[in-house]
Design a protein around this ligand. Structure first.
Ligand code: ZN
Length: 319
């Protein structure tokens, strides 16, 4: 019976992981007691390591995907999931390299990407875009309305930048680029030119309609423009590590952007015809993308978000 119940628990955890990575992220980051059914069980999570290129690995566990560059100069890590995952991440890294983590980049402030900061911070220099430190230092109201408390000093980035930063490490000129007003207002994407790999943070995810954190400077049009501009300068065969989901390619990103553009256009057109968001929902305006609404963000939420965006400022619809 014992093994059966633990098996059930394992499956429950797996379903939770698949169903709600970012929801749990915010829950774990806030001090609101989560419902028992939503409480992440980190003990059952295993780290899956994928070798993406000679010097770049992808680590999946619970929370945002991690990328690491390894080599003679030490480890550069992109994101660190949740604090309770740190021992497992450290163990997985030992299997890849005997060097220490010297630099850690936070792609944005969300708890499922920065939760392990204090665990790695004392030994590794934490890097982030200026707005990430600001959000973490002051605390904020998260994308789902939950309170995100201030992060203790030991978990704060100590090196911040505005537009871009280049890290010369492990034979690479690793390019960190800020994409303004996209998933949040502090998103970084990381390109490893020698390895030909990019880590997209949550600018690109595979769990359905994306979370756009409008409470913290996120914007769908900023996401579209930012991704398109960034990818215009990348090789067509670059390997793409999404913020959440399996390893992807340029075609996957192209489809993701096309979906955002098409749904934005549909909502803008309906808004121009005087339709309310409720009418759009009743008419199943986004029926073509029904499957994407089975993830974190439901189709109705996506319509509300797009409607607010296409009617903002001028009060009239625009594309
Ligand atoms: Zn995020």
């Amino acid at each position: 019976m014992k093994s059966r119940s633990s098996l059930l628990l394992t499956w429950a955890t797996i379903i939770l992981i698949l169903a709600a990575p970012c929801l749990m992220a915010q829950t774990a980051n806030s001090h609101t007691p989560p419902a028992a059914a939503q409480q992440p069980n980190f003990s059952n999570v295993e780290i899956k390591v994928t070798k993406v290129a000679d010097t770049v690995y992808m680590l999946e566990g619970m929370g945002g995907n991690i990328a690491v560059s390894v080599g003679d100069d030490g480890i550069f890590m992109v994101d660190d999931q949740f604090a309770p995952m740190a021992p497992k991440i450290k163990a997985a890294l030992k299997g890849i390299s005997d060097k220490p983590v010297r630099f850690l980049l936070n792609t944005h402030y969300h708890g499922d990407h920065v939760g392990g900061n204090a665990e790695f911070g004392p030994a590794a220099l934490i890097i982030a875009q200026d707005n990430v430190r600001k959000r973490l230092e002051e605390g904020t109201i998260g994308w789902n309305g939950n309170k995100v408390p201030p992060t203790p000093k030991e978990g704060l980035p100590v090196l911040t930048f505005n537009d871009r930063l280049t890290l010369h490490l492990n034979g690479e000129d690793i390019r960190i680029t800020h994409i303004p007003n996209a998933h949040t207002d502090g998103d970084s994407v990381v390109f490893f030119p020698q390895a030909n790999v990019v880590h997209m943070g949550d600018l690109f995810v595979t769990y359905g309609f994306p979370i756009v954190d409008v409470n913290n400077g996120g914007h769908v049009s900023g996401m579209i423009a930012g991704i398109e501009q960034f990818f215009s300068a990348l090789p067509a065969d670059v390997k793409v590590i999404p913020g959440h989901g399996p390893l992807c390619n340029v075609e996957d990103v192209r489809k993701f952007v096309a979906m955002m553009k098409e749904t934005r256009a549909l909502v803008a057109q309906a808004a121009q015809q005087g339709k309310t968001p409720e009418q759009m929902k009743q008419a199943h305006l986004l029926a073509k993308y029904e499957d994407l609404g089975k993830g974190m963000i439901k189709a109705d939420q996506w319509i509300d978000l797009l409607y607010a965006e296409v009617t903002e400022k001028t009060g009239s619809a625009r594309q």
